[in-house]
Design a protein around this ligand. Structure first.
Ligand code: C5P
Length: 312
């Protein structure tokens, strides 16, 4: 029995510019993704011989606070494995085990990360040998953030976020993430963003990448990056979860170079000056109301990567 384990990072959005609602229900974006060292692990194992009538794909989830992660065909990792088998034109079997550290429904693309990891793991387990370009195509059909979880690093996404161009960066950036109790639904946050704009009589602007942000990344200038961080979904996330404003304020008061809601939230991200500063900041934010846990991480890091192969 063989098994493949893939390690896959969370993302934070350094810039999330949200354009108008499209006819297909998505929004045109400029989405600057940054992969950080907070990882899920997905193992795809060959099922034991025996029950030929068993489902071809099974999934189990391990980790704290994994309530709400489906253990059915709705799980994005299962959907990705099914799509891969479909592309290969036959039924393949695998038992998937997801070890979660990325917060669930936290705005850090944890579900998308698991889908990307399942694609890499099953491609290897089943000996398909599909090139990364093919995995990227399947990934985009599963969800807007899945291709980035394959790529990792720092990249700008356009379209609904799935068309990626890698970005040049220098150095390492140090982050603190404040995880919140419970998640926020991504469609709900986008819907609230549209509603707030309509209420204010604002037309959605055409999303444009921030030159200041690109320049800060190229120079590895954390201070300039902190000032350029921007998330158009933040007002909507704050409207749905007002306590996040206190979390952001606490980080700023304690000297974060930048503070923003990660993606559709409710995780809040703080940029620190150094690894030491990140640890110090993490200690100071821990006691804020509504904050379940605080973790430190660095970026950029690579996308979904095979971490081990062996007996299942
Ligand atoms: O692509 P994904 O399934 O991850 O998107 C989840 C939801 O987020 C979509 O159903 C949509 O409501 C919203 N979304 C959006 N525009 C995007 C990406 C996601 O409105 N570009």
């Amino acid at each position: 029995m063989s098994a493949i384990t893939v390690r896959v990072p969370a993302k934070v959005n350094l810039q999330l510019a949200v354009g108008p609602l499209r006819e297909d229900g998505y929004h045109d974006l400029v989405n600057v993704f940054h992969a950080v060292s907070l990882f899920d692990e997905v193992t795809a194992a060959e099922p034991a011989d025996g029950d030929a009538t068993a489902a071809p794909l099974t999934v189990r989830v391990e980790g704290d606070h994994t309530g709400g992660v489906p253990v059915s065909d709705d799980n994005l990792a299962v959907r990705a494995a099914m799509a891969l088998a479909g592309r290969a034109g036959r039924t393949y079997r695998a038992d998937l085990l997801i070890r979660k550290s990325i917060p669930v429904a936290g705005g850090m693309a944890g579900g998308s990360a698991d889908a990307a990891a399942a694609l890499v793991a099953c491609n290897e387990l089943w000996g398909l040998g599909l090139p990364v370009e093919d995995l990227m195509e399947i990934a985009a059909d599963i969800g807007s953030d899945v291709p980035f979880a394959l790529l990792g690093g720092t990249a700008v996404g356009t379209g609904r976020g799935e068309r990626l161009a890698p970005l040049e960066t220098a150095g390492v950036f140090h982050w603190v993430f404040a995880l919140a109790d419970g998640g926020l639904s991504t469609p709900r946050v986008y819907g609230e963003c549209d509603r707030l704009r309509e209420e204010a009589g604002e037309a959605a602007p055409r999303p444009v990448v921030s030159e200041a942000l690109l320049d800060a990344l190229r120079r590895g200038d954390a201070k300039a990056l902190g000032q350029a961080l921007a998330n158009d979904l933040q007002p909507a996330a704050l409207a749905l979860r007002p306590s996040l404003a206190d979390t952001l304020a606490a980080g700023r008061e304690h000297g974060a170079l930048g503070a923003l809601v990660s993606g559709s939230g409710p995780t809040c991200a703080f940029l620190a000056e150094s690894a030491e500063h990140a640890h110090e900041l993490a200690g100071l934010i821990t006691d804020v109301d509504g904050c379940r846990a605080v973790v430190t991480a660095h970026g950029p890091v690579p996308g979904a990567t095979i971490a081990g192969a062996g007996a299942g």
